[in-house]
Design a protein around this ligand. Structure first.
Ligand SMILES: CC(C)(COP(=O)(O)OP(=O)(O)OC[C@H]1O[C@@H](n2cnc3c(N)ncnc32)[C@H](O)[C@@H]1OP(=O)(O)O)[C@@H](O)C(=O)NCCC(=O)NCCS
Length: 199
């Protein structure tokens, strides 16, 4: 009986220290920071490779030139001066019967093909969302894989009575509250700028 208790404790201790070491290594090596103009062509290439098409990278270039671009919310994951991932949050609006709510669209998120499934995408989302909170936006919308985005708290937007100005399957159209109760009594339309239409 004692031995049965001893083994799981030992395993837990090892896992704990391994986990702390992993987090420290990660923290020291991977930086999530706003993009710089020098990285723009690298980001374009990374997105094109990750999505296996150029349209998403072109969308980022268009957003960068638009009034909806927020430089501090275009973030890169950098390790040893190499850009390994990118995430962009840009402004969109939610139109309700009595108000227009400035919100953010998370689009796109891309990690360099050779470095996927190592937690870089998750770090970009987590750090990105905390930056969005600093900017005081109430809501973030994403169109993406539910199995991936649910882990960050995104929920199907349709269940709150929200529609999209573009046509997406219900399950991929998701929303996250950045402020408590931001979705209370909000029904209406997420209005995407026209440049999202071609992607
Ligand atoms: C999707 C993407 C950004 C994820 O980044 P990443 O660094 O590879 O992801 P992470 O390592 O943080 O993934 C963590 C988890 O997500 C899962 N995951 C990764 N990509 C996924 C996907 N497309 N669908 C569902 N789950 C996915 C992983 O299996 C892992 O799960 P686990 O923790 O249960 O093992 C990256 O794979 C990518 O750039 N893909 C191509 C572009 C793309 O599809 N972007 C998303 C547009 S919405």
């Amino acid at each position: 009986m004692r031995q049965m208790n001893f083994v799981p404790d030992a395993i837990n201790r090892v896992s704990y220290y391994e986990c702390v070491a992993y987090l420290i290594t990660e923290a020291l090596m991977l930086n999530i920071i706003p993009e710089s103009y020098k990285e723009i062509s690298t980001i374009h290439k990374l997105i094109t490779e990750a999505f296996d098409q150029v349209k998403v990278a072109e969308l980022v270039d268009i957003i960068r030139q638009s009034e909806n671009f927020i430089p501090e919310l275009s973030l890169v994951a950098v390790e040893n001066e190499e850009v390994l991932g990118h995430i962009l949050f840009s402004q969109i609006t939610i139109e309700t019967p009595n108000q227009t709510i400035p919100s953010l669209a998370l689009a796109p998120l891309a990690v360099k093909s050779s470095h996927q499934r190592q937690g870089i995408g998750s770090r970009l989302v987590e750090v990105g969302l905390s930056k969005c909170r600093e900017f005081d936006y109430p809501l973030v919308i994403v169109v993406g894989e539910p199995a991936y985005y649910q882990r960050f708290g995104f929920q199907t937007a349709g269940k709150f009575g929200l529609r999209s100005s573009l046509s997406f399957p219900d399950e991929v159209f998701m929303i996250l509250e950045l402020k408590p109760a931001a979705l209370t009594n909000i029904t209406g339309t997420v209005r995407y700028p026209a440049y999202f239409q071609d992607v």
